[in-house]
Design a protein. Structure first.
Length: 511
């Protein structure tokens, strides 16, 4: 048999239901606590009401000092009649607060308020865990009744769910705000790193290039970026994108040389479901870059048919997926790069002349490192700083003599090769200053560092065995010279053990 509803409860039921509906629709915790306190005070016809929430980590109860206030009252959860309701999980109805030993009068002493009667009800969540307590003070016209207990218990059963929901929503909002702030910070870091501010330009030639990028950044024109491998063509493309109004939109890079011919069109334009068995619908790079920038690296490696379709996209700003029949409008700025001579490719018939003119509205040429030697010391120092930051290692720097030697090298692999060499030197170094004598102990790979050897001249008197011995003697001598007679380093370069090198040196009469 269910428990009987107390007389008079039905009179307040519509009012209680209205209050619970308002509680369930409020998602901001502070406003919810104000609402609950205000409605409980009116419903019970008392002087004031409060909601105390339990902080389990600190074992404290906290509440707003007054409605609409940002002040928070905190005290030990073991103290007071409210603390007793929380720890015992039972309702407490006190008719004379100051005669009850459980009453915590420090709050009255602090506020100047005089508590006479008090009703405390534990507040539980959906899992029946106590998360706080209701407190109603100073009933008008006498002590709180059992009917008041029923009203407050009913409100408490709904308040617990509403409070936990508001706390969860608040936590999600804070997490969302934190993620938004982190994303914004990452975006700003990316823009600082890849905009023109991230390009080192000590000399006039690179400064002129940076000024050109800044002038064309916000236009919609296509740009053709040329230069040898490793000169930073993609860096220039990123600088254009991240200096433009499209910087918060996607930057999508595609290496055309790495694409098999059969996949070029589906990667560029997308593919419809069912074109082949098991194929699902998929967007292409043009759609992924919608609103932003598409960087087509090594565009000279594309087939003529793919070139024709790219030309159509540039002209009409629409793409058609493989197997699709309806055009899809896109807003994409295309930047293309190549290390090929496209004029020669046009003459050979392997590159479309009309596409060349469509891409080459603005031409940016990235100079090889050997032509901008004044940039090398700054580049090397930047790469070293990047390595230290990424690895979390101790500070390091290059000696002036080392920077001079770096600047004097040819660097056939350009900036990419320089960066890799700086990483190698930094990884091998155990001192705060990387000097030129250290580089001599850890030289560049033999195939890149040793000069080309003259071919062994074969005379009528030279046998194959003699030619092999002459070449072996020359290679050993070169390795010893490159390592300043460090036999261990020379042996490693030659792929020998140290004893094996010593034996060969004796056989060839090398000291």
């Amino acid at each position: 048999m269910g428990s009987a509803v107390q007389p008079g409860f039905d009179e307040k039921l519509p009012e209680i239901l209205a209050i619970t509906q308002r509680m369930n629709s409020e998602r901001e915790l502070g406003a919810l606590l104000d609402l609950i306190a205000r409605e409980a005070t009116r419903l019970l016809d008392c002087d004031r009401s409060s909601i105390f929430l339990l902080d389990r980590e600190k074992n404290e109860l906290w509440s707003k000092v007054a409605l609409g206030s940002d002040q928070i009252l905190r005290f030990d959860a073991r103290f007071g009649i409210v603390g007793h309701a929380v720890t015992s999980g039972e309702a407490v109805n006190v008719t004379d607060a100051y005669s009850d030993s459980r009453f915590y009068n420090a709050i009255d002493d602090h506020s100047g308020y005089r508590t006479r009667t008090l009703l405390a009800i534990p507040v539980r969540n959906q899992r029946a865990e106590v998360i706080g307590a209701f407190e109603a003070l100073n009933k008008n016209g006498g002590p709180f009744t059992s009917r008041d207990e029923t009203y407050l218990l009913t409100l408490a059963s709904h308040a617990g769910v509403a409070i936990e929901t508001a706390q969860l929503v608040g936590s999600l909002r804070r997490s969302q705000d934190e993620l938004a702030e982190q994303n914004g910070q990452l975006q700003r870091e990316v823009e600082r790193r890849y905009s023109t501010h991230g390009i080192i330009c000590a000399g006039a030639r690179m400064q002129q290039l940076v000024r050109l990028i800044e002038r064309i950044a916000d236009s919609r024109v296509s740009v053709l970026i040329t230069g040898e491998s490793g000169t930073g063509k993609e860096l220039a493309a990123k600088a254009i994108h991240y200096s433009s109004s499209r910087s918060r939109k996607p930057f999508v890079a595609l290496n055309c040389a790495a694409l098999p011919e059969a996949l070029v069109e589906s990667e560029l334009f997308g593919i419809e479901k069912g074109v082949a068995t098991g194929v699902e619908s998929r967007m292409g790079h043009f759609q992924h870059a919608d609103g932003g920038t598409l960087f087509l690296d090594e565009i000279g490696d594309l087939s003529l048919s793919a070139q024709a379709k790219i030309l159509r996209v540039l002209q009409e700003q629409v793409v058609e997926r493989v197997g699709g029949r309806s055009p899809i409008r896109v807003d994409v700025r295309v930047l293309a790069a190549t290390n090929r001579d496209l004029a020669a490719e046009i003459a050979k018939g392997t590159f479309r002349e009309d596409l060349f003119y469509r891409l080459n509205v603005v031409h940016i040429h990235m100079p090889p490192l050997r032509e901008i030697r004044e940039e090398i010391p700054l580049l090397a120092s930047r790469f070293l700083a990047d390595y230290i930051k990424e690895s979390g290692g101790a500070p390091m720097r290059f000696s002036p003599e080392m920077l001079s030697k770096l600047a004097a090298k040819e660097w056939p692999g350009n900036i990419r090769q320089l960066r890799n060499e700086v990483m190698r030197l930094a990884a091998c170094s155990s001192t705060p200053v990387i000097a030129d004598d250290f580089w001599e102990a850890f030289p560049l790979p033999l195939s890149l560092e040793t000069p080309a050897r003259p071919a062994v001249t074969r005379t009528s008197r030279t046998t194959l065995k003699q030619a092999v011995e002459d070449l072996e003697r020359q290679m050993i001598a070169d390795a010893l010279r490159a390592t300043r007679n460090n036999q261990l380093q020379a042996a490693r370069q030659l792929g020998l053990s140290r004893q094996g090198l010593i034996n060969k040196m004796k056989r060839h009469g090398l000291s």
